[in-house]
Design a protein around this ligand. Structure first.
Ligand SMILES: [Zn+2]
Length: 417
C-alpha cells in the first residue's frame, strides 16, 4: 500500500492544484535574442507604423515617456542609454532590484507623459564559452572576478538549490536482487519535521514510490537504515527513462537519483515564507521553484529569469488595465535581458529575448497581447527607427562584431556549474 505524504505540504504546493503555465525555454530560445539597442530601435519603428495605429496606438513624440522596469544592477544600464538615444528622453524607473515591477510608480509616470513605452524584465548573466555558455554569472571588471548575475535572484534561489542538490545526491536507487527496485530516501525528504531547515523538500511518495519495503528479519536488505526509509520504486518512474538510465539503477550499488528528480517527484517550499491573504507566497517565484531547479533543457538561472519576468509582466498588464489608467496609452515590451561582459569596450552589453508585448491604447482598459513568435516576426523585418541622438555616441561604442555569435546557448546545450 502506498501512503501519501502530501498532507504535509502547504496548500499552495498541492500537486493537484493548478498552476498557471510559463512559456517553455525551448520555444523562447528557438530564435536568437536581439541586441537590446537594436530591439529598442525596431520596437519604436513598429510603434510609429500604420500597423500600430490600427491596433489603437498613436505615436505622438511630444507625449512619449520611455520607462524601464529592471534590476538596479549597473550591468543593465545600457538599456537606459539606448532608450535615451531613441527617444531623446531620460527613462522613468518602474523597477526594483531583482527585476520586479514597481506598481505604485505607474501613477507618477502617467503624469510625466501620457504615453508610456515600457521595456523591462529580469536579467541573467552569460559567460560565453564553447560549451553553450554558463548562465547566472558575469565578469565584474572592477573586482577582477566573476560574480552572480542577477545577484538578487541567485540569492533567492541558492538555499532551495542547495537542498535540491543534496536530495539528488542522497536519494538512492538500487536493485537488491530480484525484479523490484528499491529507493532509499532520507527521512527529512519524507516528513518536514525531520529537518530544522526552513526550506523543505518532500519527495512525492505517490509518484516516486510504490509502498514501503516490509521488514523481514532474515533478509538484511529490508532492514531500515538509520535516518532513511526504504520503498519500492514506482515502476512508472522508469518508464520515462532511457534504457541506459534504467540499467544504471539496476545494480546492487545504490545510485543517486541525480537530475532525474524532476518536478512530478517532489515539492519544495519555504516553511517560513510570508503568505498573502490567498495563502500564496508573497514572493511568487517560490510557486515555480521546483520547475526552476529541475528544468532539463534550461539552466536554472535562465529559467528563474523567465519565470520572474512572466510573473512581473502579469503584474504590469494587470495594473495598466485599472480604470484609473484608462485615459493613458501603454506599449510594453517584456523580455529576458541577457548580460554579457564585452572585453573590447570593458563594459556590459545587453541582449534581449522578448517574452511579451502588450499595447493598451488610450481610452480603453483592455490590452492587446502579442506572443514572442509574432514579436520576432514583426520586428525582424523592420529597420531600427531613426534615433533622436546618435546611438554610438550615447552608448560609447560603434559596433560589436561577433557579439551575437558568442551567444551559443541552445536548449539542452549549456554548461552546468
Ligand atoms: Zn539583478
Amino acid at each position: 500500500m502506498t501512503r501519501t505524504n502530501r498532507n504535509w505540504l502547504p496548500e499552495y504546493c498541492n500537486p493537484d492544484s493548478y498552476l498557471p503555465k510559463i512559456p517553455e525555454t525551448r520555444t523562447l530560445f528557438s530564435r536568437p535574442p536581439f541586441l537590446f539597442q537594436d530591439f529598442a530601435g525596431r520596437a519604436i519603428r513598429f510603434l510609429q507604423s500604420e500597423q500600430a495605429r490600427k491596433m489603437g496606438f498613436e505615436y505622438d513624440q511630444k507625449n512619449i515617456l520611455p520607462c524601464k522596469w529592471k534590476c538596479a544592477d549597473e550591468s543593465v544600464f545600457g538599456m537606459d542609454l539606448a532608450l535615451y538615444a531613441y527617444t531623446g528622453h531620460y527613462p522613468f524607473d518602474k523597477g526594483g532590484i531583482g527585476g520586479y515591477f514597481n506598481e505604485p510608480s505607474v501613477s507618477a509616470a502617467v503624469h510625466h507623459g501620457r504615453i508610456n513605452i515600457d521595456f523591462g524584465g529580469s536579467h541573467v548573466g552569460y559567460l560565453p564559452d564553447n560549451r553553450g555558455g554558463l548562465f547566472g554569472y558575469i565578469w565584474r571588471p572592477l573586482q577582477h572576478e566573476r560574480s552572480t548575475d542577477c545577484g538578487h535572484l541567485m540569492n533567492v534561489i541558492q538555499p532551495f538549490k542547495s537542498i535540491y542538490d543534496d536530495a539528488t545526491e542522497s536519494i538512492l536507487i538500487f536493485n537488491p536482487g530480484g525484479d523490484r527496485l528499491f529507493v532509499s530516501i532520507p527521512n527529512e525528504f519524507i516528513q518536514p519535521n525531520w529537518s530544522s531547515h526552513s526550506i523543505k523538500l518532500l519527495v512525492d511518495l505517490d509518484t516516486l514510490t510504490a509502498g514501503d519495503v516490509p521488514y523481514r528479519e532474515e533478509v538484511p536488505h529490508t532492514h531500515t537504515p538509520i535516518g532513511r526509509t526504504l520503498f519500492y520504486l514506482n515502476p512508472r518512474f522508469l518508464e520515462e527513462l532511457s534504457e541506459e538510465a534504467v540499467r544504471r539503477f539496476h545494480t546492487a550499488e545504490p545510485t543517486p537519483i541525480g537530475n532525474l528528480l524532476t518536478h512530478p517527484y517532489f515539492s519544495i517550499f519555504d516553511s517560513a515564507a510570508e503568505l498573502d491573504l490567498n495563502g500564496l507566497p508573497v514572493r511568487r517565484l517560490n510557486l515555480y521553484m521546483k520547475f526552476i531547479l529541475s528544468a532539463a533543457n534550461s539552466p536554472y538561472p535562465l529559467k528563474a529569469a523567465i519565470v520572474n519576468t512572466n510573473i512581473e509582466h502579469n503584474r504590469l498588464t494587470d495594473t495598466v488595465r485599472q480604470a484609473a489608467y484608462k485615459p493613458y496609452a501603454f506599449a510594453s515590451f517584456t523580455g529576458v535581458i541577457i548580460d554579457v561582459y564585452e572585453e573590447t569596450i570593458n563594459n556590459y552589453v545587453n541582449l534581449f529575448q522578448p517574452l511579451g508585448f502588450s499595447i493598451k491604447p488610450a481610452g480603453v482598459t483592455r490590452d492587446i497581447e502579442l506572443p514572442p513568435d509574432e514579436i520576432h516576426h514583426l520586428l525582424r523585418e523592420l529597420t531600427p527607427a531613426e534615433p533622436v541622438r546618435p546611438v554610438a555616441d550615447i552608448m560609447g561604442y560603434r559596433s560589436l562584431p561577433h557579439l551575437l555569435d558568442r551567444f551559443i546557448y541552445r536548449p539542452g546545450h549549456f554548461r552546468r556549474d
